[in-house]
Design a protein around this ligand. Structure first.
Ligand code: SF4
Length: 928
């Protein structure tokens, strides 16, 4: 009876609200019912209320994961800190004193005033964060202050360079229910059983519907359990496998030739003498530099249309050599890209030749190629290949497989990365300086005018392409126009994390270690960086330089000591001593917080209003409501930054400081900062901001008329009705259907809309001078460099099943679902050779550093491989040193290239990003 009563008591509640978890559990968006009893959350449940979108396709229900089902436990878990703290000992010593909010804000404000006065506002720095609850407040705070922000994608390494090189964009995501239409799904550099828990059922359902699943990986990872085929490929050799599949499709004439001709650059002509595209400026002195050519068997040399992909039945040549006359009267031989590609794959990547590289049997390659060429194929890709040194080549080759088999723009096809957009109000509400929809409408009108002007100048531009032009560079044209309006729309300086590590950490030393990089190149990274800067490819973005020493670091929504490659050791040695003040804003004690000077307690996700990342995969706006009051003295981030600006105003007044000038000559007055942030007090809290974001989204046309925060509180989520204006949404290049699954690239395939690449096609031939120098104009296999030193093992990673990054790893229920301590998976033979048994403590080491962890001896791990799933909080390891300590964080030279069509920075776009997978290392039995 007692047990029964306890159980019944646990189900008792007096209120139920909508909640979700606004961390980067991409894409998340699970609507949860959160039950409250006497002002405390007692449990949460999946809502199960999502509708069917397309007839015959399963719905999204139930949506949820084990972390979400016990989220409320971290409200008052042991890691929760609910009061402002100030360091009382050395950084990282663990000694703190509890202080008042007023003391904390005044002291931090004073340190910021010192930094601005002595070094300028850009000496106040933050890394980007994907945590949606903080993106608005911290972003607006830095805009108002004129501080310095680092691009999120570069910081976390979630940029897919090969996908971007191929399509001119990387935010490509179908709706999850579209996977049901797939006939073949390749798990390729992904492990969706771990990483796509709420959406995995669509893959199972597709399989019941006849789809075949192929798991391609070096290890037998958990996703193989539900696959029809396991293809064991040697580490980082996937480029060769993909190119061999392309070779088979060519050889057996099963390629989708019409698709190849229209959608890709394989029909464009390249010069045999220079390996560069044949350009109009080669043929006539006043010819365009970006006008490229095709060979039409009837008409001969033909300009490739920059405004449409459609050939209207013309069968342009994909093979052969032709002679053309240049402007100076000389003649050169040209041939289609496809001709060069065929020669390359026939020479280097037949199924038999690739076996030497990949270990995959030629029959398997032929089987895969035939399946992919004849069925709607979806590559469940993710953020793994992009973290391999030559991951750009791997991704380019994967995209080429899809191109040659005609696998995008049709339901159930394509490649999955990540994308965000749709909640246009989040951008509009943070960019305006007056309350109300009129101010948002004015921004939209200005944007339309700018897009219109661009399209008038170049009628071949679609809205997607025009928007890409507007957002290129440090600010994009949009940002520059905002900036010229003085106080109205303040902006922060934006930069690329690679330059941060290069100038302010120890990236320069690491990246120039020749044996850790691509040894086949004749040049050092310094050569590339210097050339890139000299040529102005990163103008305005190559900061903060060595002399621009950062003074104040604000960490909010991130955990840089956990996630940065090189970890604590690298940052403590090079960056930490320069920083006068480190402020960590979080709801819990993290590795970074433990090494900060001040800890400001933030509200947890159930203690403030926020939204999950809005994205094509779910297509809903999902509410994370304020279910309970913040614990102790915790505050929502909006309040914290608002209060901090008020304190800066007060302290400036007390110190008789009136104004400062940022490096662009803009004068900012201390007494105005709070008013700008809050629009004279209108944005008084996150609730008001959230409501404004919804109303502005309605004006932008992405949410149904009449949607407000109150209507959202009735349903918990609302489906978007259109793509809106954000680049990540426009990248989908598809119509928005209310009653259909979403497949990206339909506009490219069905309407012939050009791609935002240099060639205006899906581009597999990159004739940038650096790519030709490295022999990478076409995707080629290159061996993975010995990053970290000459050691016999390689460490790989991926998201842990038991976490959303490190945010749940101290939750007691989550800990109870596994061994409760960090582990690395090792192969039994490798373990035996080192005298290691299951659960032994081992030391993993290389030339960079070391960390200690328990060994999980697992037969599914390849010999020579160790796996450290990502997300453990470093303080869970002995010595508080996590697996990122041994990662050198190499950055490939090609990331610094620029000045070439789509190889130009835009926010979250083209940039150098660090890699870590298959870092060399070894392990041994550790003491303890
Ligand atoms: Fe869904 Fe993310 Fe919450 Fe899990 S943590 S239930 S995936 S929103």
């Amino acid at each position: 009876m007692t047990d029964q009563r306890n159980y019944r008591d646990s189900l008792d509640f007096d209120e139920v609200r909508w909640g979700t978890h606004c961390v980067d559990c991409y894409p998340g968006n699970c609507p949860m019912r959160v039950f409250v009893k006497d002002g405390k959350i007692v449990r949460e449940e999946q809502s199960g209320t999502l509708p069917i979108i397309e007839d015959g396709v399963p719905d999204y229900n139930p949506m949820g994961c084990l972390q979400g089902a016990c989220w409320h436990q971290s409200l008052d878990g042991p890691e929760r800190i609910a009061f402002p703290l100030k360091r009382a000992g050395e950084r990282g010593e663990g000694k703190w004193e509890r202080i008042s909010w007023q003391q904390a804000l005044d002291e931090i404000a004073d340190s910021m005033l010192d930094a601005i006065h002595d070094h300028g506002p850009r000496s106040i720095v933050r890394e980007g964060s994907p945590e949606t609850a903080v993106v608005g407040p911290v972003g607006r705070f830095f805009n108002v202050l004129g501080g310095f922000e680092l691009d999120l994608n570069g910081a976390i390494g979630d940029f897919n360079p090969g996908v971007y090189l191929s399509f001119g964009k990387q935010q490509i995501e179908s709706s999850a229910d579209d996977w049901f239409h797939s006939q073949v799904i390749l798990f390729w550099h992904s492990n969706p059983v771990y990483t796509r828990i709420p959406f995995y059922h669509f893959m199972s359902e597709a399989r019941y519907n006849g789809c075949e699943i192929v798991n391609i990986s070096p290890d037998i990872n958990p996703s193989h359990t539900h696959a029809d085929y396991q293809v064991v490929v040697k580490p980082a050799s996937d480029t060769a496998l993909a190119l061999a599949m392309v070779q088979v499709m060519f050889e057996e004439n099963i390629a989708d030739w019409e698709f190849v001709r229209e959608q890709t650059d394989l029909g464009l002509l390249i010069r045999c003498d220079t390996n560069r595209y044949l350009r109009a400026c080669d043929l006539k002195s006043d010819g365009r530099e970006d006008q490229l050519y095709q060979w039409d068997p009837q008409a001969g040399l033909t300009e490739a249309d920059r405004g449409t992909l459609k050939l209207n039945g013309r069968k342009i040549a994909l093979e052969g050599r032709f002679r053309v006359k240049l402007a100076d009267g000389s003649e050169v031989e040209v041939r289609p890209v496809c001709d060069a590609l065929r020669e390359q794959v026939d020479t280097l990547y037949t199924p038999e030749r690739q076996q030497e590289i990949t270990g995959v049997h030629p029959d398997t390659v032929r089987m895969l190629a035939r399946k992919v060429a004849s069925r709607r194929t979806n590559i469940m890709h993710g953020m793994n290949a992009c973290k391999i040194y030559h991951g750009d080549l791997i991704e380019r080759a994967m995209c080429l497989v899809l191109a040659v088999s005609g696998n995008w723009g049709r339901k159930g096809t394509g490649i999955r990365c990540w994308a965000a957009g749709l909640l246009d109000g989040s951008m509009l509400a943070m960019g305006k300086n007056k309350p109300g929809v009129q101010a948002a409408a004015q921004i939209l009108e200005n944007r339309e005018k700018m897009l219109g002007n661009l399209k008038q100048m170049d009628p071949t531009l679609t809205t997607e392409l025009a928007m890409a032009e507007l957002t290129k560079g440090p600010r994009g044209i949009l940002g520059q126009m905002s900036e010229s309006k003085g106080r109205d729309t303040p902006v922060a300086a934006q930069s690329i994390p690679a330059f941060w590590w290069y100038y302010q950490v120890d990236g320069r030393d690491r990246w120039n270690t020749k044996s850790w990089g691509d040894e086949s190149l004749g040049r050092s990274i310094d050569d590339y960086v210097t050339e890139a800067i000299d040529k102005g490819w990163w103008d305005g973005l190559d900061h903060p330089r060595t002399e621009e020493v950062p003074q104040v670091l604000i960490e909010c929504g991130g955990n840089t000591l956990r996630r940065t490659r090189g970890g604590k050791k690298a940052l403590m040695k090079s960056l930490w001593p320069k920083l006068k003040t480190i402020v960590d804003i979080d709801f819990r004690m993290t590795q970074t917080a433990s090494h900060a000077d001040y800890f400001l307690p933030a509200a947890q996700h159930y203690e403030k209003v926020s939204f999950a990342i809005t994205c094509p995969q779910v297509l809903n706006l999902t509410l994370g409501d304020k279910v309970v009051e913040p614990l102790g003295e915790a505050k929502e981030e909006w309040q914290i930054f608002s209060d901090l600006l008020a304190a800066i105003g007060e302290r400036a007044k007390a110190r008789k400081l009136a104004e400062y000038t940022d490096p662009e000559g803009r004068v900012r007055r201390y007494e105005d900062l709070w008013s700008q942030f809050t629009m004279d007090g209108y944005y008084k809290n996150q609730e008001v901001v959230a409501d404004e974001q919804i109303r502005d989204s309605v004006i932008a046309g992405t949410l149904p008329d009449g949607t407000t925060l109150e209507t959202l509180r009735e349903t918990g989520f609302v489906r978007f009705i259109d793509w809106g204006i954000m680049p990540g949404a426009l990248s989908q290049a598809s119509p928005f259907f209310a009653n259909e699954t979403h497949t990206p690239f339909r506009n490219h395939l069905e309407a012939g809309d050009p791609f935002p690449t240099y060639s205006r096609r899906a581009q597999f031939y990159i004739d940038h001078e650096w790519f030709i120098e490295a022999g990478e104009q076409l995707p080629v296999h290159k061996p993975n460099p010995a990053m970290g030193g000459d050691y016999p093992l390689g460490i790989s990673s991926g998201h842990n099943r038991w976490s959303v990054h490190s945010v749940n790893h101290l939750n007691k229920t989550v800990l109870g679902t596994h061994r409760g301590t960090p582990t690395v998976l090792v192969n039994p033979d490798d373990a035996r050779a080192r005298g290691v048994e299951d659960d032994d403590l081992i030391r993993v080491f290389n030339d960079v550093s070391e960390f200690r962890s328990r060994a999980r001896v697992a037969a599914g791990v390849s010999p020579g491989q160790i796996i450290s799933y990502n997300g453990w909080e470093p303080m869970q390891y002995p010595g508080w040193s996590g697996a990122n300590e041994i990662e050198p964080g190499m950055v490939k030279w090609s990331g610094f290239s620029g000045g070439y069509g789509h190889l130009n920075y835009s926010f979250l776009g083209w940039q150098p990003a660090p890699v870590d997978r298959w870092t060399r290392c070894d392990f041994e039995l550790a003491d303890g």
